[in-house]
Every structure is written in C-alpha cells, then in structure tokens.
Design a protein around this ligand. Structure first.
Ligand SMILES: *Cc1c(COP(=O)(O)O)cnc(C)c1O
Length: 418
C-alpha cells in the first residue's frame, strides 16, 4: 500500500496533486509521502509486536531529515553507516540509544563520534575494527556494546551488487573466526559482546533465505551460549523486497510468521534494519518531458531528470514504473519508448522499452518507487544541481530540502593561480 494514487485522471501524493507541487517547486523533484513512510514502518512494527524488538530504519536508503524526524517520532531507531549519517541522525533528534552503526570501514573519527554520542551498538565487521573500537572506548572510558556481523553464507536471489551475506564478499566475518573472537572477548575489556548481527542483502522477496540465515545465526548463538558467551540481542538486518513492477514480495506479516518461531525459541531481543521496505514506495521522482524524438528504430522521451538524480536504472538495471502524471486518455499509445535524461552518457536512462502515450514538451512523468536509494545516491555529475525534496502529509506539502543553486555547485572551490 502506498499513498500515490490516481484521482480524476491525475496522480496524487496523499491529498495533493503532483502537478500542483511541480508547479510550485519546479522539476525534477522528489516527492515523499510521510503517511506511507509511517504506514510501512508500522506494518513491520505490528508484525513483530509479539517479541521484544527495535526497528532501526536504514538511513542510507533515505536520509532526508524530515523523514528521519517523522520515523523517530513514531518510535523508530536508526541504522547508520557513516559519521555523516550519525550527524544527520542526531540533527534529526534521534535517540542515540536507538542507533546502530554498521560499515566495513569505520574510521577512528567516526568511531569516536559514535561512542561519544552513546549509540546502542556497533555492528563490527573485522578483528582490526574491534581493536579500534576498544581503543576509542578505553580513551573515552566507556564500555561499548558490540555485535559481530557474521557472514551466514547464504545466497539470496537478488542483484549480485546487493547480496551481502555470501562467502567471498567484503561484508561480515565468517562464522569460525567470529566464534573465536566472541570466545576471546576478554581481550577487549572496553567492549561488551552482547549481540550478533547479520544482513544478507537487499530486495529479497521471499522468506527462505532469511529463514536459512536466521537458523544459522540461531545455531551460532546457541553454540556461543554453550561456550559461556551470553548473547542478548540478534540483529537480523534489513533486505525486505518491495514491488517495483510485478514482484510479489512477502508481506511484513508473512516475513514475521516465517522468522518468529526461530527467534522466539532463542529468547533474545531482536533488532531489524529495514530500509527499502519503509522508504521505497514512499517516494516518487517527478520529471518533465523536454523533447520527444523518434528515429526509424527508436523513440525517446527526453526528460529533465537524469542518472545523476536517480542512478538505480543505470547501475543495477533497476526497473521503476514510469507514468504520466496527468493521464492522456486520447493520445496514441507508443511502444518501445526509452525515457532518457540530458546527461552525456548512454547509460543515462530511467526506463527502456516502455509503453507510453505520445507525450509533448512540458508533460510530466512520475518515476515511481523512488523513495529508497534515490536522492541519497544523487550527484552533481554534469554540474547539475541536486533537485528539491518535498514532503506531503495529508493535504499539505512543503519543501524539506531546497533545490541546489549554481552557487552550491562551486561551494568550497577556489580558483587557484598556480
Ligand atoms: C543497506 C543496509 C540495510 C537496509 O537494506 P534494505 O535492503 O534497504 O532493507 C540494513 N542493514 C545494513 C547493514 C545495510 O547495509
């Protein structure tokens, strides 16, 4: 369920016409439905209500401050992956005691800032990192909770760029090494090894790989307990898939039903780190048609948004539904249309081979399901200012982040005479 729906032949974000937002704010523009963010967050929360559990929204999927504020006010924790995300999380007013920090390459500065802030836990990805956190915690005289991110070696069926829990990728620690590290926890007096973390990948639409990975983690926790290592928390990561086109992903309830039996038997506190599930269908990217171009072999809709605004189609071959914001009932339907941006790269496209009504200059298109890994991956490539982010709640909308200006493009730059 999301709150982008057609009413009277035009697309609405909650109760606001997308056309009206673009008229006021310009295009391209990201539009977020805060109601959808909350609805999806609450779906997971309810599905796991029968167990002690903390949901930490994955900030890397959408780090808009208003979004973070909205979710944390509703009780969400946050899953961060950098010092910058820590900064934004705290800026949005998040409770540090509900922040978990994952990343294979945390710097000493990032670790220091996070220990100082008093975050709930680090998800640790190497032995070297354990030493670094222990060193920082000693210096600050704190005892820091940590979980090791184990690599359960499962292979979920998803794009190979977004699998993270199989042998041979850079994430996590193999189970044998991890076991040794837990047993040797006494070597790190400033760390409390009270949790186990896993995150097996993204856009996973079936429960089987999750169940398999959680079973392995559960056996691992039991093995640790037998060895005298008390584990209180199991962080099962994110990765829940969503509908981009015709996927039929598990619902939050189905996911919970599949994994809860294993988790309940274990008697631990659960942490979840959903990103895309909460943010993916909560946002769209609205863009304007600049030109329509036909050759004997192809038709192109050239729009004002490009791969610098939304890179998922270019790098993952990701599919996003693309629909006219105002239905063109009478226009001829054209097949095989590529929707491309203005950037000087052949990889600059938002969709390929689509069926669209014949569009004209100025028509608006909505790129759907762009709330996750959209704006956060935007760049200034081709010296294009980053677009605005608008939030909608009911009948109201507001610019949550201004469109960048040309002045923003040269901020921090000096013209050196060398
Ligand atoms: C990216 C990431 C997530 C969120 O993944 P989604 O597929 O968006 O749910 C959760 N945990 C970790 C450690 C991540 O790196």
């Amino acid at each position: 369920m999301h709150f982008f729906k057609f009413k009277n032949n035009e697309l609405y974000a909650e109760n606001v016409a997308v056309r009206k937002i673009v008229k006021k704010v310009g295009s391209p523009v990201y539009i977020y439905s805060l109601g959808t963010f909350l609805d999806h967050f609450l779906k997971i929360k309810r599905a796991f209500a029968s167990i002690d559990c903390l949901i930490c929204f994955s900030v890397k999927s959408n780090s808009n401050l208003t979004v973070l504020k909205t979710l944390t006010k509703a009780g969400s924790g946050l899953d961060i992956v950098s010092g910058g995300e820590l900064f934004k999380a705290l800026k949005a007013g998040a409770d540090p005691k509900k922040i978990v920090f994952a990343s294979v390459g945390k710097t000493e500065e990032e670790i220091t800032a996070a220990v100082r802030a008093g975050i709930l836990s680090f998800n640790v990805e190497s032995e070297d990192e354990l030493e670094a956190i222990n060193r920082v915690a000693r210096r600050l005289n704190r005892r820091q909770n940590i979980s090791l991110r184990i690599n359960p070696d499962v292979q979920p069926k998803t794009h190979h760029y977004i699998t993270t829990g199989s042998k041979g990728n850079k994430f996590g620690i193999d189970m044998e090494t991890a076991f040794r590290l837990y047993v040797e926890a006494f070597k790190y007096p400033y760390l409390k090894f009270n949790g186990v973390h896993l995150h097996i990948g993204s856009q996973i639409t079936v429960s089987t790989p999750f169940v398999k990975a959680i079973r392995r983690a559960s056996d691992f926790v039991n093995r640790l307990r037998r060895a005298g290592v008390p584990i209180e928390v199991l962080n099962i990561g994110g990765g829940l898939g969503i509908i981009y086109s015709n996927e039929q992903p598990q619902t939050a309830e189905q996911y919970a039903a599949a994994v809860l039996p294993v988790l309940k038997k274990l008697g631990v506190r659960i942490i979840l780190e959903p990103g895309r599930f909460v943010s993916g269908n909560s946002g769209i990217l609205a863009t304007r048609v600049l030109y329509w171009k036909s050759s004997p072999t192809k038709t192109f809709a050239i729009v004002d948004a490009g791969m610098n605004d939304l890179i998922r189609p270019s790098i993952y071959g990701a599919y996003h539904e693309i629909v006219p914001v105002v239905a063109k009932k009478k226009a001829k339907i054209i097949s095989g249309v590529d929707i491309v941006g203005p950037i000087c790269e052949s990889g600059d496209f938002l969709g390929k081979g689509r069926k669209l009504p014949r569009l004209i200059q100025g028509d608006l298109l909505a790129v759907m399901s762009a709330g996750a890994y959209g704006y956060v991956m935007a760049s200034n490539y081709n010296s294009r200012p980053r677009v605005a982010e608008v939030v909608v709640r009911g009948s109201k909308f507001a610019v949550a982040r201004k469109r960048e200006t040309f002045a923003d493009l040269v901020r921090g730059e000096s013209i050196l005479d060398v």
